[in-house]
Ligand binder design. Structure first.
Ligand code: COA
Ligand code: AMP
Length: 632
């Protein structure tokens, strides 16, 4: 038995022993009474009875242990030509005062704070400050439109919103404040206060009495100490796409989160305290929560916060510059970032301009890693490239090649094996486990390990229906795939209407809700189609009202703008086509999967339940008219 197999087995056969040992590395005010509380199964809780503080485990503990002068966070912003390094002492000081500032506005244990911020250090400081006083943060990605923000405000009901005057996208300044104002106007819930970071690139106009200048408040803010919270108290809510326009509020609790993330830094990423770790993502996504803000700090690392893109800021050598300059040991990003770099610099010529000798490993996640990208990265960097699979819900990797335990041979297209703690199975239509190599639903036998999600915010029933009801005793990942004879996992596709655009998770259902609100649209469908840069992009199909004589281009243009205005630019919804009818089953379900396969020229079978097969010919013709459904 290999070391990896032995450790994996221990984690599955005796999870309480396994995770209580990991929990010894964490600071607790009060030790837990039960490692795994199964009294309300299938709703399991970890470390019940325990008390701790997440911010203490990220900052104070390191200052007390002599890391005060070590860099905790490096802010590297090519879009503003700025760089700033915070030592652990400085980050602690800023965070403690930020916490004091929040508490002045009445924020305390259990209160929610929405953080709608670009990639600036104040975003991480706001998150840590909430953790410090036991408040629950909910970070909203900057690329979402006002309407998406409004939905989150109404669900989370924040006391305070922390935001900035603007974000910076290559070539344009995105003013956040008008979006925030519109969202608050739309939402039924109103926050007590908005604390705004005024950036040099745009000045936000402030509403007297409600809006406050962050810098002014911080100048006189008093530090706030850590508030002990229960291990099972919520640390944050992170909204992610579900199958409807109402996003799911993934809840993360405090205890299991620190334990699992700290464990993951050594065991998955092979990172030791003091090393520099860079997750090239955004704080608005789960990768940013877990691996920009929290895990590297729990582990005493230096985390890099990069406000830029892989290309265009200023060129396809941007990532190599950051790695060389800050001596990054481990980089984590999405395959799409590497596809973008490869497209601009296929030979990898820019790599030679930088000393990348300190970079030991590249981790990829967020979408399926195509073999071309994997091979390109391996050959150009000459280091292990590790695909790992996880979800917003899980908070950390379900499958990975755990370099810190034992580096296993890589199989292209596979994120390797289930990580210790994850009892992954593949289940067929008959609800029975399938043979090795057979495709089925990827499910995890309960309990999920610590650091995952105990529930959905305000939606216990939806949590049950979406994740637990279909396969009793298991967590449904909503990914399909198989496990081969050697235990390697292959994640093939989603089983729901979620698509993955440039590593961003989006709901086609939410886009359809926007499309169907157009006055000329009788019926619509959105499906993800293959894209060489973003992996997938959304494509709309519109059936117009009988008698509508308006030009199709004008309607499509309006539809594209509506999605941009209501969901946000991040949806990357740029194309739609008018069709006479949509292909459906006899019971009326739109055959989105079949449309996608036709568009991508994948093998497909005529669905037995199809209502009228001729419609597929019409769809194929429409797809060809816009460049899809053609053999390369
Ligand atoms: N605020 C406002 N707008 C934003 C935004 C933000 N924080 N982030 C993205 N957008 C906008 C972009 O400007 C773009 O707008 P456009 O349609 O006017 O061009 C749109 O949303 C789509 O953004 P994106 O998906 O990032 O596409 P892109 O073409 O700008 O860049 C990549 C493509 C591949 C370079 C980029 O997606 C990337 O770096 N991805 C890899 C890293 C990553 O984010 N992973 C996430 C999970 S690990
Ligand atoms: P998100 O919640 O945004 O992290 O998206 C999670 C989804 O992205 C998963 O359910 C998968 O469909 C997909 N995904 C993430 N990582 C991988 C991976 N390494 N391989 C295949 N799919 C992935």
């Amino acid at each position: 038995m290999t070391t990896f197999d032995r450790i994996y087995k221990e984690s599955i056969t005796n999870p309480e022993q396994f995770w209580s040992e990991a929990a010894e590395a964490v600071h607790w005010y009060k030790r837990w009474e039960k490692v795994l509380d199964d009294s309300d199964a299938p709703y399991y809780r970890w470390f019940t009875g325990g008390e701790l503080n997440t911010c203490y485990n990220a900052l104070d503990i390191h200052v007390e242990n002599g890391r005060g002068d070590q860099a905790a966070l490096i802010y590297d912003s090519p879009v503003t030509s700025q760089q700033r390094t915070y030592t652990y002492s400085e980050l602690l000081d800023e965070t403690a005062r930020f916490a004091g500032m929040l508490s002045e506005y009445g924020v305390g244990k259990g209160d929610r704070v929405i953080v709608y911020m670009p990639m600036v250090p104040e975003a991480v400081i706001a998150m840590l400050a909430c953790a410090r006083i036991g408040a629950v943060h909910s970070v909203v990605f900057g690329g979402f439109a006002a309407n998406e923000l409004a939905v989150r405000i109404d669900d989370a009901q924040p006391k305070v919103i922390v935001s900035a005057s603007c974000g910076i996208e290559p070539g344009r300044v995105v003013e956040y404040k008008p979006l925030l104002d519109e969202a608050i106007d739309t939402a039924e819930h109103k926050p007590n206060a908005c604390i705004i970071l005024q950036r040099d690139q745009a000045t936000a106009s402030m509403i007297a009495g409600r809006d406050h200048d962050m810098r002014v408040l911080m100048a006189s803010a008093q530090p706030h100490d850590c508030t002990p919270v229960a291990a099972t108290d919520p640390l944050y809510i992170l909204y992610t796409s579900g199958t409807t326009g109402q996003p799911k509020g993934i809840v993360r609790d405090n205890g299991g989160h620190v334990v699992a993330l700290k464990w993951s830094m050594k065991n998955i990423y092979d990172i030791d305290p003091g090393d520099v770790y860079w997750a090239g993502s955004d704080v608005g996504w789960v990768v940013g929560h877990s691996y920009i803000a929290y895990a590297p700090l729990f582990n005493g690392n230096t985390t890099v916060l990069y406000e830029g893109k892989p290309v265009g800021t200023p060129d396809a050598g941007a990532f190599w510059r950051v790695i060389a300059q800050h001596k990054v040991k481990c980089l984590f990003t999405a395959p799409t970032a590497f596809r973008a770099i490869k497209k601009e610099d296929p030979e990898g010529k820019l790599i030679k301009d930088y000393d990348l000798s300190g970079l030991e490993t590249l981790y990829l996640a967020g979408e399926r890693c195509d073999p071309d990208t994997l091979r390109w990265a391996e050959s150009k960097l000459g280091i292990p490239v590790i695909d790992h699979w996880w979800q917003t819900e899980t908070g950390w990797a379900i499958c990975a090649n755990c370099k810190g335990i034992e580096l296993l041979p890589v199989k292209e297209g596979s994120p390797t094996k289930p990580v210790p703690g994850w009892d992954l199975r593949v289940i067929g239509d008959d609800l029975k486990e399938v043979e090795a190599g057979e495709i089925g639903a990827l499910v995890v036998k309960l309990p999920l390990p610590p650091g995952t999600f105990p529930t959905l915010w305000n939606a216990k029933q939806r949590h049950h229906e979406a994740y637990l009801a279909d396969f009793p005793g298991y967590y449904k990942t909503a990914d399909a795939g198989f496990i081969d004879e050697e235990g390697y996992v292959f994640v093939m596709s989603r089983t729901d209407d979620i698509i993955n655009v440039a590593g961003h998770r989006l709901s086609t259902g939410a886009m359809e809700e926007v499309l169907s609100a157009h006055p000329d649209v009788a019926e619509c469908a959105v499906t993800g189609v293959a894209d060489s840069l973003k992996g997938q992009i959304p494509l709309g199909f519109l059936v117009l009202n009988a008698g509508c004589e308006r030009g199709h281009d004008a309607i499509v243009g309006e539809i594209v703008q509506m999605v941009r205005d209501q969901i946000g630019p991040v949806a990357a919804f740029k194309q739609a086509v008018v069709v006479k009818r949509l292909p459906k089953t006899r019971s009326g379900k739109i055959l989105r999967g079949t449309i996608q396969k036709i568009a991508d020229v994948e093998e497909w079978k005529m669905p037995a339940t199809i209502d009228d097969p001729v419609i597929l010919d019409e769809i194929t013709e429409a797809l060809r008219s816009i460049g899809y459904a053609k053999k390369q």
